[in-house]
Ligand binder design. Structure first.
Ligand SMILES: Nc1nc2c(ncn2[C@@H]2O[C@H](COP(=O)(O)OP(=O)(O)OP(=O)(O)O)[C@@H](O)[C@H]2O)c(=O)[nH]1
Ligand SMILES: C=C(OP(=O)(O)O)C(=O)O
Length: 215
């Protein structure tokens, strides 16, 4: 497998992140959960054979230090105009249009490197996306060298990405597709198995969850 992808992961300030997930764990652990999911997502991305570099777009100092320690390159959240602009900045400006680029959400604690490798292999031919498990959202948008990212994340983004000409990828990648927006999503992750950081936090809270190593 050729290691020629730049992965881009936007991360909102942890104190503001994952508002729809509030209540899934005690309030004092909410930011820890958001951080654990970011660390597990980053660990799985960095363990993927197709990924040459992980760029994390964030202004959060704790998340920045955590992903830098794992081997990611951190860039600031520019232009400070939300998720799509942060993705465009990371993919088109920092990584540059001459690379294979894939943007993905930072809330994929069940992500497995082999599933990401399979999706990136399927995405090589042209601009393509992976819909979330529910089918309406997007967990990954990929572009080959020379193409602008043109991200349309937000409610109904799977339809928006398809309408913009991106190809939906059809693989069986449950860990990649399972983003965690709500307490129900977190309950699904208990069954799928989570990466080490999310897993340890949930076990610490007395929940039964399988732990899966990223490597
Ligand atoms: N850099 C950056 N990342 C963002 C921004 N908004 C969302 N993200 C990240 O994009 C990914 C997907 O976002 P969402 O699932 O909507 O996460 P969220 O905004 O924390 O969740 P809610 O508050 O429940 O909407 C997560 O990794 C977020 O941290 C932003 O304005 N800037
Ligand atoms: C940003 C997205 O969704 P969510 O906030 O529901 O993860 C999306 O799926 O495009």
């Amino acid at each position: 497998m050729v290691r020629d992808w730049t992965a881009v992961m936007p991360v909102k300030r942890l104190t503001a992140a994952k508002s729809r997930l509030r209540g899934a764990v005690p309030p004092a652990r909410h930011a820890d959960l958001a951080l654990a999911m970011v660390r597990d997502t980053a660990s799985a991305v960095l363990a993927a054979s197709a990924v040459a570099e992980l760029l994390v777009v964030t202004d959060d100092p704790v998340a920045a230090a955590a992903v830098a320690a794992l081997g990611a390159r951190v860039v600031p959240d520019r232009p400070g105009a939300g998720l799509n602009e942060a993705m465009r900045f990371g993919a088109d400006e920092v990584a540059g249009p001459g690379r294979h680029r894939a943007v993905l959400a930072g809330d994929l604690p069940a992500l497995r490197p082999d599933q990401l490798d399979a999706a990136l292999t399927a995405a090589r031919a042209g601009r393509a996306f992976v819909a979330d498990a529910e089918g309406s959202g997007t967990v990954l948008l990929a572009v080959p060298p020379g193409e602008p990212l043109d991200p349309r994340f937000g409610p109904g983004s799977a339809a928006a990405h398809a309408a913009s000409g991106a190809r939906p990828l059809a693989g069986d990648w449950p860990g990649l597709r399972q983003d965690v927006d709500t307490p129900a999503d977190l309950a699904t992750v208990l069954g799928l198995g989570a990466g080490r950081h999310t897993c340890e936090l949930l076990r610490d809270l007395g929940l039964e969850v399988a732990c899966v190593s990223a490597a």
